[in-house]
Design a binder for this molecule. Structure first.
Ligand code: SF4
Length: 395
């Protein structure tokens, strides 16, 4: 493997033209990246903090162990960049779990095929009931989530559901199995706004060990998903890894490499990043590479400093205290009041959830916390609630 610096420098927009991300990714060695991050010094971190346009080298420095001693200046810079780009706002969204059916075996997930649980896919009527509750709360952005069971939960089902919901919600995104380009086109035409697909881990060998059966075992097909969706006209792509499966520093570098490639090639698309940490789920494993709160904070600050325009999202997997402290430190979007089981809001509170959530507070409470931190919670009808002079009326 040749020098990584020259590789990083070569991944400019010009160099990327005519190349797909898989080609760029295959030029990188996991071990080389790991070694480079380990060798970053305090001086590299200080240089990265001074840099006007931090690149991949600077990102490595901010991910390094050496940067753990510089969380204060990193936080100051991240806070200033976030307010400059996004103002003092936190956008709120809710996931709507449509189905827990799945034909894949992933060793970390409660929906895994080998997990003997009652399975459920929402009917159109049940979707309506779930949507009504979310709408009543005031949400205008929803994320439709399913397992990967293409026989039943497929593009036709997604298109029908998006069409059903699009009059009620301003933004509908989907977190479902990777699809083909023509399928993303159909979703786009139906009114879908965004697609989220986590690579889970960019470590090929580890990926194979975690994904034992089903289409998800195809690492390359998953890696190319964001490009297929962008070519089909999808306007927002959600990316990330499942923290805990592998060395978070290297996985995060690979995510940033992927993100930079996407920004260069598909500049008209918006991007968001989430940082799911492996959470307890029925029949699932514990993290082999645990990520502490302090490390997750460092990671979020590093992303904000190196990509000031990035939409950074924090889910209810995280604890109340951690989420409260992160307001103002780089995140721009939060899920709230989440149920991770199909029918969880309205019809079937007992169906199995994908993972246990940690922050179980109501949407009203989370809005209060955001406001107490000096930020505005943003979602549909929030302005109407304020105009009525009683924000609690909505909850
Ligand atoms: S992670 Fe996704 S594909 Fe894997 S078992 Fe869970 S729902 Fe199915």
């Amino acid at each position: 493997m040749a020098d990584m610096t020259s590789k990083a420098a070569a991944d400019t927009p010009q160099a990327a033209a005519g190349t797909d991300f898989l080609t760029v990714f295959n030029r990188y060695s996991w071990e080389e990246v790991q070694k480079k991050i380990r060798l970053k010094t305090a001086q590299d971190v200080l240089n990265a903090l001074q840099h006007s346009r931090p690149g991949l080298e600077e990102f490595m420095a901010l991910l390094s162990v050496a940067a753990a001693g510089y969380l204060e200046p990193m936080a100051r810079k991240a806070r200033q960049l976030t307010v400059q780009r996004f103002g003092k706002t936190i956008r709120l969204f809710a996931p709507l779990y449509l189905s827990n059916k799945c034909q894949n075996i992933c060793t970390y997930c409660g929906f895994s095929l080998d997990n003997k649980i009652p399975r459920k896919t929402l009917t159109a009527l049940e979707v309506e009931a779930e949507a009504a509750i979310l709408k009543q709360y005031g949400f205008d952005q929803i994320l439709l989530v399913t397992g990967e069971a293409a026989r039943e939960v497929n593009t036709d089902y997604f298109v029908r559901t998006v069409r059903q919901l699009k009059k009620q919600f301003a933004q509908i995104s989907l977190e479902v199995q990777p699809l083909y380009e023509h399928e993303y086109k159909a979703l786009n035409e139906a009114g879908a706004y965004g697609i989220t697909v986590y690579q889970e881990t960019y470590h090929r060998a580890a990926y194979k060990q975690y994904h034992l059966r089903g289409r998800k075992a195809n690492f390359d097909f998953r890696l190319e998903t964001a490009e297929r969706a962008c070519r089909a006209g999808i306007r927002k792509i959600g990316m990330g890894v499942l923290l805990g499966l592998q060395d978070w520093r290297v996985d995060s570098f690979m995510t940033m490499l992927h993100l930079r490639f996407m920004r260069h090639r598909y500049w008209q698309t918006g991007y968001s990043l989430s940082f799911p940490r492996l959470r307890p789920a029925a029949g699932a494993l514990s993290p082999a590479f645990p990520v502490s709160d302090k490390e997750l904070l460092q990671l979020i600050l590093a992303y904000r400093i190196c990509d000031p325009d990035l939409d950074i999202s924090l889910s209810t997997r995280e604890t109340e205290t951690f989420r409260d402290h992160l307001i103002g430190l780089g995140i721009t979007t939060m899920s709230a009041g989440s149920k991770t089981n199909p029918g969880g809001y309205a019809t079937d509170s007992d169906s199995l959830e994908q993972f246990e959530i940690s922050d179980e507070r109501s949407l009203a409470t989370i809005c209060q916390v955001i406001q107490q931190a000096g930020y505005d919670p943003v979602f549909k009808d929030w302005d109407l609630a304020l105009a009525a002079g009683n924000s609690d009326a909505y909850f």
